[in-house]
Design a binder for this molecule. Sequence first.
Ligand code: AMP
Ligand code: FE
Ligand code: FE
Ligand code: ZN
Length: 282
Amino acid sequence: MTLIDPHTHSAYSDGTDTPSQLMEKAGAAGISVLGLTDHDVTVGWDEASKMVSKTGVSLLRGMEMSCSWKGITVHLLSYLHNPDDPALLESSRKVLQSRENRAQIMVERISADYPITWEDVLEVANADAKVIGRPHIADALIRAGSFKTRAEAFEFVLHPRGPYYHFLWSEDPVEAVQKVRNAGGVPIIAHPRARKRQKLLPDGALFDMIDAGLAGIEVNHRDNAPEDQEYLRQIAREAGLLITGSSDYHGLGKPNQLAEYTTAPEVLEEIEWQGTLPIITP
Ligand code: AMP
Ligand code: FE
Ligand code: FE
Ligand code: ZN
């Protein structure tokens, strides 16, 4: 059995493991190929690639781009793109800047009702974190004793419908698909039916992404309800798109377990074939 888990996060974004720990855990879980896909950054690639021979786990280099369509968050996985592509770098730079502004605004609002400060958020974010997100605010709330888990903090404080929420500027998903393709990457939409998180992206917007060159849909993911998975599978089949599955592992930050969903070897082969970089093998 070849276990392929193409979507996970390290502490460079909002996971809790270093890339090295992540590769070690992947090895222990019997995973053959691990995708490291931090939000908006590729800084973890080097460290993870150094662990390939030690752990025997092959590395699929990726990034999960933050995008938004009329205020609805869309996550676009980009695989095997050129990490020095100027347009993608510029788009990352802009979204990191807007993440920081937005997080500060939210913390200011939250601090009226809960005992946390911006300094607390920076402290709980791993020193390595290049990406400040709501999960780090959740961790500060947990440390302050206000909540027990990130999930609770999201439900009561950080949810988009809550009073503290502030919109995050990020790339338009159609433009993001084009930029990923121009950078030689393979664009796959992540968990498109994560109903609990927010309003769903309308089908029309998904079809626009498909027209722009989307390569695949992450169908098998715990946040897509089973009936939605069936529907997404049908869309993917009709449009000739790849179907992937992943854990979206975040370490201690989420209940998701490594390889709880996986991707078929022939799909991975097609991703590698379409991408500019190779998968790093032991
Ligand atoms: P942000 O990027 O700051 O908008 O925050 C979104 C991130 O928060 C997602 O990438 C998830 O990793 C995380 N997230 C969303 N909902 C939850 C939840 N209920 N529990 C834990 N983490 C969550
Ligand atoms: Fe995340
Ligand atoms: Fe995501
Ligand atoms: Zn993710």
